[in-house]
Design a protein around this ligand. Structure first.
Ligand code: AMP
Ligand code: GLY
Length: 309
């Protein structure tokens, strides 16, 4: 009996794969969608309703719960389930900060020796604007917290950077999530996504993928969380894998564990691949959506044993 939390294409493909597992699980989705309804039972509970989900799971006792989206993970759903003795796939809140706070992620990368863009953190508007002027453009302004994929502005001019800083620090358009910002070096290159299944210490890497970021055909229009995806990403060549494995994924898990934080779940590394090698753009703490939709169907092994491990 498996509960999948979330309502996207990601949760549909997780269900699709789980339904094909040798153990033939009974599947429940909270809240699920039209696709998941054909694979199991949709429950009327939102992915953010931690109390409702914990109560349902305490009563119905799923053998495993798989968390799709980041918001419940950052809010501590894995901790809540574990306190109740329920098996859950997804990191605890302390580890989910890798996605929930870009400043925390940057700190982990800097102390762990993980290749990434140079960045500085600001809460003061004029300090941030001075820094932009000393660094020059292009430059990237990022709200520290979760902003539903809208917290990042790639700025080609100082005026655009000023506007992004005003919006976050003065107008507070991202609320608390933008009360602190990172001002980050612009990285040239092509992006790719890497998903690692991590048990706290050991990990396996899934196939590479890439999502189509722009909203419109021909790579035009605004940036999105991904309009579609494909796998493998040809930009991830054979010689990059040892760097991804050792410098990026291993160093990140090891740095967290030095701080007493065990990462269990999916570590998603969003990479920028340039002539100087791969560098981390962002970490997510869950399967990518839409990336999961092209990576998971390629998996030859069953998913349940890996998630249990
Ligand atoms: P994030 O939410 O951090 O993934 O940022 C959203 C998008 O902004 C990324 O997928 C990139 O396309 C772009 N971006 C973020 N940081 C940088 C950077 N340092 N250099 C270039 N592009 C970036
Ligand atoms: N496709 C980007 C993400 O899942 O965050």
């Amino acid at each position: 009996k498996i509960l999948v939390v979330g309502s996207g294409g990601r949760e549909h493909v997780l269900g699709w794969k789980l339904a094909r597992d040798a153990c033939a699980p009974d599947l429940y989705f909270a809240p699920g969608n039209t696709g998941t309804a054909s694979l199991g039972t949709n429950i009327e509970l939102s992915a953010d309703d931690l109390d409702g989900l914990a109560a349902w799971a305490s009563r119905e006792k799923p053998d495993l719960t798989v968390i799709g989206p980041e918001a419940p993970l950052c809010a501590g759903i894995a901790d809540r389930f574990e306190e109740r003795g329920l098996r859950v796939f997804g990191p605890c809140a302390a580890a989910a900060r890798l996605e929930g706070s870009k400043a925390f992620a940057k700190e982990i990368m800097e102390s762990g020796g993980v290749p990434t863009a140079r960045a500085a953190r600001f809460t003061d508007l004029s300090d941030a604007k001075d820094y932009v002027r000393s660094e020059g453009v292009p430059i990237v302004i990022k709200a520290d917290g979760l902003a539903a994929g809208k917290g990042v502005t790639v700025c080609d001019s100082v005026e655009q950077a000023d506007a992004a800083l005003d919006a976050a620090l003065t107008e507070k358009v991202f609320g608390e999530a933008g009360a602190s910002v990172l001002v980050e070096e612009f990285m040239e290159g092509e992006e790719a996504s890497i998903l690692a299944l991590v048990d706290g210490t050991n990990f396996v890497l899934l196939a590479s993928s890439q999502d189509h970021k722009r909203a419109l055909d021909g790579d035009a229009g605004p940036n999105t969380g991904g309009m579609g995806a494909y796998s493998p990403a040809p930009v991830v060549t054979d010689e990059l894998w040892p760097i991804i494995r050792n410098d990026i994924v291993l160093n990140t898990i090891a740095e967290l564990s030095r701080r007493g934080i065990a990462f269990r779940g999916v570590l998603y590394a969003g990479l920028m691949i340039s002539d100087s090698g791969p560098r981390v753009v962002e970490f997510n703490v869950r399967f990518g959506d839409p990336e999961a939709q092209c990576v998971i169907p390629r998996m030859k092994s069953d998913l349940v044993p890996v998630l249990n491990a």
